[in-house]
Design a protein around this ligand. Structure first.
Ligand code: F6P
Length: 365
């Protein structure tokens, strides 16, 4: 591997919500960088650490043993945007552009390039730094799999595994009690986790944000199963799913985050409605952050390692302004500006969605 750009010193940061595989990416960036003679720095606590100058030198020892660990050894936050940074003035929070301070902190240590491991919010910030002339390479992270330009974000496979396991467990108790079990999963405005976990866990209904649902369609499915002697039903609902003509369920407002709202509550609403309309006892389980925590699957460890190596190679080759991505099982490079601010959703002709329909899964439409 040539160091065409003669970069000598790089930094890595993790931004936004955590995802299983973050540590595997950090490890791969550090090992590849050090292996090519680079000095590698870690920025703590996401972009906030860049403003606050929380920077540490990364060594081989520092990343030893972290491959299977969930979370991020660097810490992260989904607030603290340097371009709109919260500062205290006279007891009040005032948002300021602190991007110059953040870059000054890097340049003081002779850091010449940055690996941003993050989701859409972090990619947008990374893209803004790149447009200011600072070399950036991005790695697509999120359990939601909603970043365009790549077929997979790391963390998604682990989240799907956790949700499918939950469905297996709900299956036996649903069957024993003749209940309707609703499982609410994460995913924001994309239905990828619900779709994949629902197929893997044998759900009877999968409700995703991309297909606003009709309660009558779900009831028809429950009743059709009852006629066949199947007295229980399993429903997976994405947190961003909503009824036709209805609204998305919001659980909280979060100040200072690029996403002002957090989704939640769709599953409980649905369970109550189904119980009152069908008379079948209906319960909801909200999986929440369990999907994000813990050890990454082997698939995510491999993908994270490939992404980390590829990101470091981009810096060594001077291929700045790219996000590393997976397409047709190859690691490729996609310009960050082409994807920043855009989303990847389940489309009507998605092969897995069509497969689900073929085997009789109800999508609420
Ligand atoms: O983007 C990842 C994600 O876990 C979403 O699925 C979820 O809506 C959101 O983050 C939750 O964010 P927080 O951890 O801030 O509650």
């Amino acid at each position: 591997m040539i160091n065409a750009n003669k970069v000598k010193s790089i930094a890595v940061l993790t931004g936004g919500g955590d995802a299983p595989g973050l540590n595997a990416v950090i490890r791969a960036v550090v090992r590849t960088g050090i292996g090519h003679g680079l000095k590698v720095w870690g920025i703590k606590n996401g972009f906030g650490g860049m403003v606050e100058n929380q920077v540490i030198e990364m060594t081989d020892e520092y990343v030893a043993g972290i491959l299977p660990r969930g979370g991020t050894i660097l810490g992260t936050t989904n607030r603290d945007n340097p371009f709109n940074y919260p500062t205290m003035q006279g007891g009040k929070t005032v948002y300021k552009d602190m991007s110059s301070q953040a870059l000054k902190n890097l340049r003081q240590r002779d850091i010449e390039a940055l690996v941003v491991i993050g989701g859409d919010g972090s990619l947008k910030i990374g893209s803004e730094f790149y447009q200011l002339g600072f070399p950036v390479v991005a790695v697509p992270k999120t359990i939601d799999n909603d970043i365009p330009g790549t077929e997979r974000t790391f963390g998604f496979d682990t989240a799907v595994g956790v949700a499918a396991d939950a469905l297996d467990r709900l299956h036996t108790t649903a069957e024993s009690h003749h209940r309707v079990m609703v499982l609410e999963v994460m995913g924001r405005y994309a239905g990828w986790i619900a779709l994949h976990a629902g197929i893997a866990g044998g759900a009877d209904c999968i409700l995703i944000p991309e297909i606003p649902f009709q309660i009558d369609a779900i009831i028809a499915k429950i009743e059709e199963r009852q006629r066949r002697g199947r007295l229980f039903s399993l429903i997976v609902i994405a947190e961003g799913a909503y009824p036709q003509g209805g609204e998305i369920s919001v659980s909280r407002i979060v100040e200072g985050s690029h996403e002002k709202i957090r989704l939640g509550g769709a599953g409980e609403k649905l369970a109550r409605q189904l119980e009152s309309l069908t008379g079948v006892e209906s319960r909801c389980t909200v999986l929440g952050h369990v999907q994000r925590g813990g050890t990454p699957t082997a698939f995510d460890r491999v993908l994270s390692t490939r992404y980390g190596v590829a990101a470091a190679e981009c810096l060594l080759e001077g291929a700045f302004g790219n996000m590393v991505a997976l397409q047709k099982n190859e690691i490729i490079r996609v310009p960050i500006v082409d994807i920043a601010g855009k989303a990847n959703n389940v489309t009507a002709n998605n092969e897995l969605l069509k497969a689900g329909r073929s085997i009789g899964i109800c999508f609420g439409d």
